[in-house]
Design a protein around this ligand. Structure first.
Ligand SMILES: NC(=O)c1ccc[n+]([C@@H]2O[C@H](COP(=O)([O-])OP(=O)(O)OC[C@H]3O[C@@H](n4cnc5c(N)ncnc54)[C@H](O)[C@@H]3O)[C@@H](O)[C@H]2O)c1
Length: 317
C-alpha cells in the first residue's frame, strides 16, 4: 500500500516509517523538521520506497508537493503536531497551526490523494484533568491545554470527514510515550539538563506527578494491531499500559543513576510541571484488551528501557 506519514521525522513518526517500510509499504513522509531530524530517518532516507517532503503540513504548497510525490494513496497516518504543551499555552497560535491546522492538512491530503483511511495520533490530554480512570466514553471533554483542545478539535474534524470522503478513521489516544529517538518528554529533558549542569537536576513540580508510560515499540505494535482488527468507521482507542503509572521522582532517580553524575535533585515545587500539565491520571485500556492487544511492558519497565536508550542517545552511555 502507499502510506503518507505526517510528522515522519519525529520520535514516533520515524519509528512508524521504519516499520511500514519493513512491512513492504511505499511511504511518503511529510515533516517541517521543526523537531524532526534527518538522523531519525537514517534508515528510511536511502530506502527505494521512501520519499520525504520537507514542509509545513498546514501549507497548501506542502500538500500539493506531497500529493504529487505519492500519486494515489491508500492511507494517511497523521502524527505531525506541536509537542511542547507549555509553549502552546504561552502562544496560542502554536497549537492552532501545528496541532490543528496540520490535521486539516492531513484530511486534505487524504481527500486529494484518494486515501480513504486516516490514523490519527491523539492524546490523553483531550480528557482534561480527572481523578477517575479515563475511558473512551468519558464526558464532557474539557481539555486544560491548548494542545489538548486542538487535538480534540482534530478528532472532530476527522470524524466529520468519515461522513464524506473517508471510509474509516482510527483515533488513538496515546499516554506518555517513551523510547529511543526522543525529541521531547521528561526523560529527554532531564538528560539535556544534566548535560548543561551535571551537579544539580531541576525537576518541574514536586516529583509526585504520576502518569502512564508506554514504550514506543509497544505503541507501534498497538497502532498496527488496531488498524488490522478494529473495523468500526470511527475506531477510537486509548493505548496505554495496564497499570497506574510511574512517578516523576522515580524517573529523575533513574536518569541520575544512568548518567553516573550523582547530581542532586531540586524540585521547583507545586503539584504540576507547567500550566496545562495533568499531574496524575490513569487510563482505561479495557477496550483495547477486549480487541485482543496487551502491552509487553509496564510503565516502570517502559521507563527503565527508555532511560537506557536515551542515555545512549544523549551521550551518557
Ligand atoms: N510522545 C508522546 O508522549 C505523545 C503523547 C500523546 C500524543 N502524541 C502525539 O504523537 C504524535 C507524534 O509525537 P512525537 O512524540 O513523535 O513528537 P515529535 O515532536 O517528535 O514529532 C512530531 C513531528 O511533527 C513535526 N511537525 C510539527 N509541526 C509540523 C508542521 N506544521 N508541519 C509538518 N510537520 C510538523 C515535527 O517536526 C516532528 O518531527 C504527535 O501528534 C503527538 O501529539 C505523542
Amino acid at each position: 500500500m502507499t502510506m503518507i506519514v505526517t510528522g515522519a521525522a519525529g520520535f514516533i513518526g520515524s519509528q512508524l516509517v521504519d516499520r511500514l517500510l519493513a512491512d513492504g509499504h511505499r511511504v511518503v513522509g511529510v515533516d517541517n523538521m521543526s523537531r524532526g531530524t534527518r538522523e531519525n530517518l537514517a534508515l528510511a532516507l536511502p530506502h527505494k520506497d521512501f520519499t520525504l517532503i520537507e514542509g509545513d503540513c498546514a501549507e497548501p504548497a506542502t500538500l500539493t508537493a506531497a500529493i504529487a510525490a505519492c500519486g494515489p494513496a491508500d492511507m494517511v497516518w497523521h502524527l505531525a503536531a506541536n509537542s511542547d504543551i507549555a509553549a502552546g499555552v504561552a502562544d496560542t497560535r502554536i497549537d492552532m497551526r501545528d496541532t490543528f491546522m496540520t490535521t486539516w492538512g492531513a484530511v486534505e491530503i487524504a481527500k486529494a490523494s484518494g486515501a480513504t483511511k486516516i490514523a490519527f495520533a491523539s492524546t490523553s490530554a483531550v480528557y482534561g484533568a480527572h481523578p477517575d480512570p479515563l475511558v473512551e466514553t468519558h464526558g464532557p471533554m474539557l481539555p486544560i491545554s491548548n494542545y489538548g483542545a486542538m487535538k480534540l478539535a482534530g478528532e472532530a474534524l476527522i470524524s466529520a470527514a468519515v461522513e464524506s470522503h473517508l471510509k474509516q478513521a482510527w483515533i488513538f489516544r496515546f499516554p506518555n510515550v517513551v523510547g529511543d529517538r526522543a525529541t521531547h518528554g521528561v526523560i529527554n529533558d532531564l538528560f539535556l539538563k544534566l548535560k548543561r549542569d551535571p551537579t544539580e537536576l531541576e525537576v518541574l513540580g514536586d516529583g509526585k506527578q504520576q502518569k502512564p508510560y508506554l514504550h514506543a515499540s509497544d505503541l507501534i505494535e498497538a497502532m498496527l494491531y488496531i488498524v488490522d482488527n478494529a473495523d468500526e468507521p470511527r475506531a477510537l482507542y486509548n493505548i496505554g499500559p495496564e497499570d497506574e503509572g510511574f512517578d516523576v521522582a522515580g524517573i529523575a532517580a533513574g536518569v541520575i543513576a544512568a548518567s553516573k553524575t550523582g547530581a542532586r535533585i531540586r524540585y521547583t515545587g507545586g503539584d504540576r510541571g507547567w500550566v496545562g500539565d495533568v499531574p496524575k491520571f490513569s487510563y482505561s485500556v479495557e477496550k483495547l484488551a477486549r480487541l485482543g492487544w496487551r502491552p509487553s511492558m509496564s510503565s516502570a519497565q517502559a521507563v527503565a528501557r527508555a532511560i537506557a536508550e536515551v542515555a545512549v542517545q544523549r551521550g551518557f552511555a
